[in-house]
Ligand binder design. Sequence first.
Ligand code: NDP
Length: 290
Amino acid sequence: MAEIIDGKAEAQRVKDETAVAVEKFRADFGVAPGLATVLVGDDAASATYVRNKRRSCAKVGIESLHHELPASTGQGEIMRLVRELNSRSDAHGILVQLPLPDSIDSREVLNAISPDKDVDGLHPVNQGRLLAGEDGMRPCTPLGVMRLLERCGVELKGARAVVVGRSLLVGKPVAMMLLEQHATVTLCHSRTRDLADEIGRADVLVAAVGIPEFVKGEWVRPGSTVIDVGINRLDSGKLVGDVAFAEASERAAFITPVPGGVGPMTVAMLLANTLTAARRQESNAGGGGR
Ligand code: NDP
């Protein structure tokens, strides 16, 4: 029976560490780290996500600068706001909540965020830095996945890692981060042949597909580590991952539950990223030493 990886507890550990580091940051620079949040339109789920992120910021001592715009807001106005936030020294991180209304070109908005303030790690410059192995803002969910793997002490060097899903948000960056840790990585997607065989070879499996319980227990390699990024709500209202949890738990050595696995890590890593961004910006501005 697999050991359950407790994402909630690990996320709390990240938040506690961040809160301590925020205290030190305030002492060093005389200001608080600041995260600007931008919410456009009236999508209820997006509003909830932003509220949770702001609440989490407050708990660790990060200031949140919130901007709420109506769904009718034009591209130009959003772009102006992003440029204004880029130039504000109290906004160390900028988070534009997705999805934006259909009338808005999301890519143009995300690309306008200063890469140094891109705490979601979605700017092409940050994706390029990841590919190049340079320091940069890394996307939050993949960072959370890596932190959970570190927590359960899995040896990644030389391990066979299989990532299912190749989105910019999760699959591709997770694959790059696993490669950075010297795993041998296979990146699978909807056109992959013999997916069950690929998964069957995985010492480490990361599932980011978006289909409820898509990965069957019998595909999972005995003794492997299974990280389930999926968050799918069934008609019954129940939340399930991309992996058939009960079956997979019979074979894996470690497995993340849904909810309570990767999900809580994403917000925790956002807080950690905001602090990292703030420290870099204030150090470059010549602050500190107070
Ligand atoms: P996307 O829809 O952007 O990507 C899904 C990926 O799965 C695609 O690469 C797609 O392949 C692949 N895929 C789809 N069908 C199959 C199939 N039959 N066999 C193999 N691969 C397939 O999703 P995201 O990456 O944004 O999210 C994935 C899941 O993770 C979702 O459940 C989402 O809710 C969750 N999520 C959770 C987060 C968290 O905080 N825990 C954060 C972000 C996402 P192709 O490219 O060929 O189409």
